[in-house]
Write a new protein. Sequence first.
Length: 266
Amino acid sequence: MSLETSVEVADRLAVAHATPTVAQLARESRDRQVIKALQQSSELLDKQTHAGARSAASTRESSGSAAPTPASSRLKRLIDVAGAGFGLVFLAPFLLLVALVIRLESPGPALFRQRRKGRGGVPFVIYKFRTMGCLEDGPDIQQAQERDCRATRFGAFLRRSSIDELPQLLNVLKGDMSLVGPRPHAVAHDEFYAGAVAGYETRFLTRPGISGLAQVSGLRGATPNVEMMAARIALDLEYIRRWSIGLDLRILWQTLLIGPFDPSAF
């Protein structure tokens, strides 16, 4: 084979490798269509959220009162402080026992600390009972999966029963969180989904919660794809738009009923 023929063959092979297949093009086109549809639905919901808020504000301004929001309501904050304080005092012996078992089962602290974003996108440190042998808090955080090999035996029980979330009562007392609100995600996940789901950062208009509308509506657990996260964000924005003390009390009641051993908790 001559040198010119070899060069021609090499060029054809390079072009063949660089040219995407029909299947790849179809898959990329489908992915773009899905993301575009999600962005359009999120933008529409975001517009409806702000329109609803403006409408409520206009109505209350005409009656001479300010529009209440989950971030500004003093009654909501009072319920948070009273509920978290009572919970910590009432559950103190149980919480200490859980912390002791964690320390005895595996080396490491009883509490897991990780950075999350709160109201206004301001970072804070969230508290949970440690359920795994690792303590991830960096730019690449793997979401917990069902039968996650990183979980300890006692940690898996704590996750299934949602007992691992109880230390967040401390976050509520500190003012970082509320009893009810959009669930806070790891900072690394916030940064990723903010660019994938339109209207994502609107959830930072209020304090994050131990439980939320999305969680009691069946959207709890891992979000393995953008579609599932978009559905969760839609309910977070719906909560902000529809917020009332009555809605908070209903979510708290549903959390007590379905929270322990929720099938989607792992």
